[in-house]
Design a protein around this ligand. Structure first.
Ligand code: MRU
Length: 390
């Protein structure tokens, strides 16, 4: 595994020139918007969640366990490294996990030396089986690997070298489709918001969880480009603090107005009237519209219902599991007790032998969800089935 430390970026000059050069009010507004746009492009586009290296021999991920203190990139080329990165949330967020698995299986198969199609296919299946087990809840992991498998099956008659090219092509397509989907989700999501909206979000469903922009945060970024100046409240998201470490980090880095709260403060900010919409991502949506997302999401939906605040789930259609009729059928990942008892503390904060329950996700029932925003449009949970008929 290789490490790369990112050099500090230089965006200050443009910012200074905006303040130094006198301009007419009209020019000033145009320049401000231009600056904002470039700032967004600049600040987020240099932050690569997951990509291939130039030689296409390894997957490069930004190690999210090191954020917000350090931006460290890891190069992964062995199945064990890729599995470990997904399992330990060095790369996380449903779409980003799917993209990592697709690039990862390509990288691992590309270096496998054989002329035999069946030997190559068996090698692929072995890695697919292994990587699929890294995390169980996000459907994007198995969906991406299944797409890669289908490509191999469709091209079984080609020489192994060409099958490898097909795998690469499919992995890049999965990544590019995600970027396009996120942009569309942002556009649809923005239709539900107005300038100055107070938004509560949970976990991290932003740029760091996908290829670009995010899902729940995509409308925030697009709105920001248009000068909407949202007031975003980020739940810190116990126990792994994705909201504090990642959402607050990426929003602040992009110049979005963000305020961090502890998870148990959500009701208080809603009661104060500071929240007009709750935006969350999803790891798997069942056909009936039940949605699995980071633990704590369903509680927010209950609170939102109580205060009469719309609760939106935003995600690509690749997060909808056509095989899953309802939330009861979604496997919920359970993680190590130490994440709750020890992780952020100098000393263990729980009596020895105390029992701990640490589910990583929960399911929000469809009747608490105001709308599901996908790249194909905005749907009420009961309307999701339309997507399967189109
Ligand atoms: O455990 P994590 O950090 O992978 O959980 C991520 C989430 O719950 C996100 O909200 C979800 O994957 C949507 S990402 C666009």
């Amino acid at each position: 595994m290789n490490l790369m430390v990112r050099k500090p970026s230089a965006g200050t000059c443009r910012r200074l020139s905006y303040f130094i050069y006198p301009m007419t009010p009209h020019l000033r507004i145009k320049s401000y918007l231009y600056f904002k746009y470039n700032k967004m492009k600049h600040l987020l586009s240099d932050l690569k969640t997951v990509c291939l290296d130039e030689q296409k021999q390894s997957v490069v991920i930004l190690d999210q366990t090191r954020l917000p203190l350090e931006e460290i990139y890891l190069k992964l080329s062995e199945p064990e490294e890729i599995y470990d990165a997904i399992k330990k949330l060095k790369v996380r967020g449903a779409p980003a996990i799917g993209i990592t698995a697709a690039y990862g299986i390509y990288v691992c198969c590309n270096k496998f030396q054989t002329e035999s199609g069946s030997e190559f296919y068996n090698h692929f299946l072995k890695i697919m089986d292994y990587l699929s087990g890294a995390r169980p809840t996000a459907v994007n992991l198995s969906a991406a690997l299944n797409r890669m498998k289908q490509i191999l099956l469709q091209n079984q008659n080609l020489p192994v070298r060409e099958q490898k090219e097909k795998l690469l092509c499919e992995a890049v397509t999965i990544r590019d489709e995600d970027a396009t989907a996120c942009r569309k989700i942002g556009e649809y999501g923005l239709q539900l918001l107005s300038p100055g909206t107070g938004i509560l979000t949970h976990c991290n469903a932003g740029h760091l969880a996908v290829s670009e922009y995010g899902t729940a945060l995509a409308p925030v970024y697009l709105g920001e480009e248009k000068g909407y100046r949202f007031q975003v409240y980020a739940d810190e998201t116990r126990p792994l603090l994705q909201g504090a470490r990642l959402t607050a980090y990426e929003l602040q880095r992009a110049g979005v107005n963000v305020t961090l709260i502890c998870d148990n403060m959500a009701s208080a900010v809603m009661q104060k009237g500071w929240i007009q919409a709750v935006l969350v991502g999803c790891d798997r949506i069942a056909v009936n519209g039940d949605a699995a997302n980071k633990i704590g999401t369903s509680g927010l939906a209950i609170l939102a219902k109580h205060y009469g605040i719309p609760f939106y789930v935003l995600g690509p259609t690749s997060s909808i599991d056509a095989e899953c009729p309802d939330g009861e059928h979604i496997t919920i990942e359970e993680r190590a007790a130490e994440e709750v008892t020890d992780l952020w503390y100098k000393h263990r904060m729980v009596p020895n032998k105390c029992k701990v329950f640490n589910p990583a996700f929960d399911v929000t029932p469809h009747y608490l969800i105001s709308a599901i925003v996908t790249e194909k449009g905005i749907f009420r949970p009961s309307e999701l089935k339309k997507l399967f008929n189109s």
